[in-house]
Structure formats: C-alpha cells, structure tokens
Design a protein around this ligand. Structure first.
Ligand code: DC
Length: 217
C-alpha cells in the first residue's frame, strides 16, 4: 500500500468499534482517535458551563466547539450516559460538526505517531476520510449493545438500571441515524460486521482478513 494507512471504523454505540479500532491500531502501528471522545468532551464542557440540555436546538451556534478543551477527552466524566446523551444532541449541530471535522482530518492526515491512523466514530468513512479504501461498519442488536453498556457502567461503579440504559441507547441510536448532517450509516465500500454473537477475537480476525484483502498482502 502506498502512503500512510488510514482505517475508518464507524458503528453504533457499544457495537465493539472501539475495541476493534485499538486492536487494529496496535497491530499495524497506527495512531488511534476515538472521535466520540471529542463530542463527549464538548458535551462535558457545555455541562460544566451550565448549559441546559433541553435548550439546544438545530440552529444554535455553540461557540465552545471552536475552543474545545481537548484535554477533557481524557476525563473519566465523559464516559457517563448523561454526557453521551448530550454528545449525541450537540452532534446534530452543523457548526459543531464542521469544527470537529477539522480536528479529525488533521489527526488522520498528520497522526502524532505511527504509520497512519485508525479513527472510529459515526461518519469517518462517509465524511471524515471518505478517500480511504479501508472502511468498517460495526453493529449489533440493540439489546446486546445495551447489555454490554450496562455491564461496563456497573463495572465502572455507576449505579444504573438496565431498562434506562436500553431506553437511552434506543433514543441515541435514533438521533445518530436520523440527523440531517452526517448520519450514522455504512459508508460505500465498508465491510459490515455484526458483532451480536461474536467475541472481540473473532471480530478482529474478520477485520484483519478484510484489511489484508484490500491492501493485497
Ligand atoms: O462513540 P460514542 O458513543 O463515544 O459517541 C458519542 C456521541 O457522539 C454519539 O452518540 C454521536 C456523536 N458522534 C458523532 O456524531 N460523530 C462521530 N464521529 C463520533 C461521535
């Protein structure tokens, strides 16, 4: 393959796209960007600034998106469902998407280390780096994903109820898939993997086969 390798991994919440992306990045010595953490960091920044979630509407300018504190991407607080829900709400706003797009493209084109980059999110293969030939779309049944997220949250010490996690995820899925700008969908040419009945090892093996097929090794 000529030039840096860029791998686009899109998919629904708790589909296993993050786990797969990290493994691909390790395997091929690529830098990894979890783009959801940018949207989550912005959501946390807004919450810290006292923004009322229900106030956000499609035409609202969100100035914070031009001065996002990227350090918040590593804050443990971004992993709560409250932040995830607000992240998917601000992700609807065209101005926010444009501002965060620049950060994502800069990372893909000039990764901080390694031979290229893996980016995971919702619109990586369709909008952020549509030119890359290596694209995945990772999905799983809603109930399976909600169960995974429920266990993760319990493990992280958060007290949650399964039915609330399921309802939040259903609502977030709906918003991510139906928004007018860059909705969640499989990009043209993406390899679709349904992880409902697969473990991480199997998903990685299927993905690796696909990469080898594309790069011709
Ligand atoms: O992948 P995640 O669950 O951390 O993402 C949180 C939210 O951010 C998700 O519900 C929608 C939004 N998002 C997006 O719109 N585009 C991306 N590339 C990544 C995330």
């Amino acid at each position: 393959m000529i030039g840096a390798m860029i791998i686009a991994v899109d998919g629904s919440a708790a589909s296993g796209k993050g786990t797969l992306s990290k493994r691909l990045a390790d395997h091929f010595n690529l830098a990894y960007l979890d783009t959801g953490s940018l949207f989550r960091a912005l959501a946390l920044q807004l919450l810290n600034a006292g923004t009322v979630i229900d106030d956000i509407d499609e035409n609202q300018p969100i100035e914070e998106s031009t001065r996002l504190d990227v350090g918040l991407c590593n804050a443990p607080e971004i992993r709560t469902d409250r932040v995830a829900s607000l992240a998917s709400k601000v992700a609807i706003l065209p101005e926010v998407r444009t501002n965060l797009l620049t950060l994502q493209r800069n990372f893909a084109n000039d990764p901080p280390h390694g031979n290229g980059a893996v980016l995971d999110g919702r619109d990586i293969g369709s909008v952020v780096v549509p030119e890359t030939p290596i694209k995945f779309f990772i999905d799983a049944k809603l109930e399976v994903r909600a169960e995974r997220r429920f266990k993760e949250l319990l493990h992280a010490g958060q007290s949650v109820m399964f039915r609330n996690v399921l309802a939040d995820m259903r609502e977030r899925d709906q918003r991510d898939r139906t928004r007018s700008v860059a909705p969640l969908r499989a990009a043209d040419g993406a390899k679709i993997i349904d992880t409902s009945t697969m473990d991480a090892e199997k998903v990685f093996a299927v993905a690796l086969d696909h990469v080898k097929h594309i790069v011709g090794t």
